[in-house]
Design a protein around this ligand. Structure first.
Ligand code: C2E
Ligand code: MG
Ligand code: MG
Ligand code: MG
Length: 291
């Protein structure tokens, strides 16, 4: 009786496994097809200078407009793309598209300091990453100093000499490196000394309960570490004015979150960036357009 039941649940287990393996394989095939059919889009979220409210940069965030699955958020396909290696062609496309958009915004007169692009650990293991990046920058005409690469602490955890070399090569070429989701990974303060990091991004889980509770202490500590080391600091996931006020008072330079704006299409981002004090290029009549 117990044996029969055991066999039964084993059969059920393999069935479920087979089904999840099939779903995964189908998803992988859909991803592959989606790449070939250009179903991916970039949206751009503003990063603002908290003191002036000015938009200083954009973070490129990928979306998949799939005929089979609808609009798929990155958390639902990036991990699979990582496992299957599809992140390489996808990441190449993201980098090129982001740099090209940034170059076109600058040409349109937007005054923006940086375009931030997320790089996952697997992309970082690739030998030709830096050459590829320099190639894209040359092709799109974007100044290296206007590209910012976002990595997580997990990329640095136990980083091989090769990965460390890549970070230094990138930094030497002028590209800036930001540590994303800071405080949630395998954090080590030694990394901040060893790797050429320019910016810390306070993870939104530490912004959520501001100005209350432990978040106030953690956010304050991250801001003071960044300032002491001469790093820029951005708070992610700012949704409420109280969070913003707190962070500003503690000396956080930059912010990102729904309070300032969600990720939007390239056209909408350009319109936002050209508003207010974000215009540098004179209009054809020679006067500066202010809204
Ligand atoms: P991330 O790099 O930490 O990006 C920030 C995420 O927080 C984005 O989610 C953004 O839409 C969301 N967010 C921004 N402001 C707020 C807010 O005020 N409240 C809340 N609740 N959320 C906010 P998204 O676009 O779904 O991206 C999720 C993650 O997927 C990213 O986290 C990043 O790790 C990854 N990802 C996105 N695009 C790419 C890409 O092109 N390449 C790679 N490798 N990873 C990417
Ligand atoms: Mg990011
Ligand atoms: Mg983040
Ligand atoms: Mg994240």
């Amino acid at each position: 009786e117990a044996k029969a039941q055991g066999r039964g649940s084993y059969a059920f287990y393999t069935q479920a496994l087979t089904r999840s393996a099939r779903v995964r394989m189908e998803m992988e095939a859909d991803l592959r097809r989606g790449l070939a059919r250009e179903e991916f889009r970039l949206n751009f979220q503003p990063v603002v200078d908290l003191a002036s409210g000015r938009i200083v940069g954009a973070e490129a965030l990928v979306r998949w407009q799939s005929p089979a699955h609808g609009l798929v958020p990155p958390n639902r396909f990036i991990p699979l793309a990582e496992e299957t290696g599809l992140i390489e062609p996808l990441g190449d496309w993201v980098l090129e598209e982001a740099c090209q958009q940034m170059a076109s915004w600058i040409a349109a007169g937007a005054s923006l300091d940086f375009m931030a692009v997320n790089l996952s650990p697997r992309q970082f293991q690739r030998g030709s990453l830096c050459e590829h990046m320099e190639d894209v920058l040359r092709r799109t005409g974007l100044a290296p100093a206007r590209l910012e690469v976002e990595i997580t602490e997990n990329v640095l955890f136990g980083a091989a000499a090769a990965a460390e070399r890549k970070l230094h090569d990138m930094r030497d070429s002028g590209v800036r490196i930001a540590l994303d989701d800071f405080g949630t990974g395998y954090s080590s303060l030694a990394y901040l000394k060893r790797f050429p990091i320019s910016k810390l991004k306070i993870d939104r889980s530490f912004v959520h309960d501001l100005p209350r509770a432990a978040d106030a202490e953690i956010a304050t500590a991250i801001i003071s570490i960044a300032r002491a080391l001469g790093l820029d600091v951005v708070a992610e996931g700012i949704e409420a004015p109280e969070q913003c006020t707190f962070l500003k008072a503690r000396g956080c330079g930059y912010g990102q979150g729904y309070l300032f704006g969600r990720a939007v299409t390239s056209e909408r981002f350009l319109r936002l960036a050209l508003q207010g004090p974000n215009v540098t290029a004179p209009s054809p009549s020679g006067s500066i357009r202010l809204h």
